[in-house]
Design a protein around this ligand. Structure first.
Ligand SMILES: [Cu+2]
Length: 226
């Protein structure tokens, strides 16, 4: 349903798992909007209906058990349903055992005050060797291919965020966190740090370049063999 694509102000989705995230976002958006509007409507009705009137006295009531049960049960059902709908998406995006294999690129991303360091293992496929390629704030990947990222941090907690990929993950010092994505459209996308990480936080910005297959090969040949 086209009208369900509202809100259209979401950033463009260029991720294979992005639609699943957006569907949940829109569903939660509608559920919370309806509850919000209902609560506000009742509030306004009550403000008008029970406003001060000369000679009218307050009545002391003890509440309604039926109402308490109904709204507790309704809230439980809604929250439980949303959790059940979210679970498959969460597992698909976050559980390393469910990551798609055969990555077209494997990169280590290291957050530090106030940059993203990208390390490609180089032609030998191993990190920590002479042919590693290190880049600052530049992540290059091929389009329509699975990318595996090993995320860590040097100093404090940072957060890797690419809105167009619907991917956000905290980076923690001393830990390697695996994540994956598959971009569906060539282009350049910003990688802001989404965790307040110090004085230069707002300037901590990397760029993800999604290349066509040929462009990626050309880039690799140029950079990896230097
Ligand atoms: Cu940061």
């Amino acid at each position: 349903m086209k009208w369900l694509n509202f809100p259209a102000w979401l950033p463009e989705n260029v991720s294979t798992f992005g639609q699943g995230v957006d569907n949940l976002f829109v569903l939660i958006y509608w559920v919370t909007s309806i509850v919000f509007l209902a609560v506000m409507a009742v509030l306004i009705v009550f403000i008008v209906k029970y406003r001060f009137q000369e000679g009218r006295k307050a009545e002391y009531i003890e509440g309604s058990t039926t109402l308490e049960i109904v709204w507790t049960a309704a809230t439980t059902v809604i929250v439980f349903a949303l959790a059940m709908l979210s679970l498959p998406q969460w597992n698909r995006i976050k559980f390393p055992s469910q990551f798609p294999g055969n990555p077209g690129a494997v990169v280590q991303v290291n957050g530090k005050q106030f940059n993203w360091d990208m390390t490609y293992p180089g032609p030998d496929g191993e990190w920590g060797t002479d042919d590693d390629l290190q880049l600052e704030n530049q992540l290059h990947v091929p389009v329509n291919e699975v990318v595996h990222i090993r995320l860590t941090a040097d100093d404090v907690i940072h957060s890797f965020f690419v809105p167009q990929l619907r991917l956000k993950q905290d980076a923690l010092p001393g830990r390697f966190i695996n994540m994956w994505f598959e971009a569906t459209k060539p282009g350049t996308y910003e990688i802001p740090c989404a965790e307040l990480c110090g004085f230069g936080h707002s300037g901590m910005l990397g760029y993800l370049t999604v290349h066509t297959a040929e462009d990626y090969e050309a880039w690799k040949n140029e950079r990896w063999t230097e």
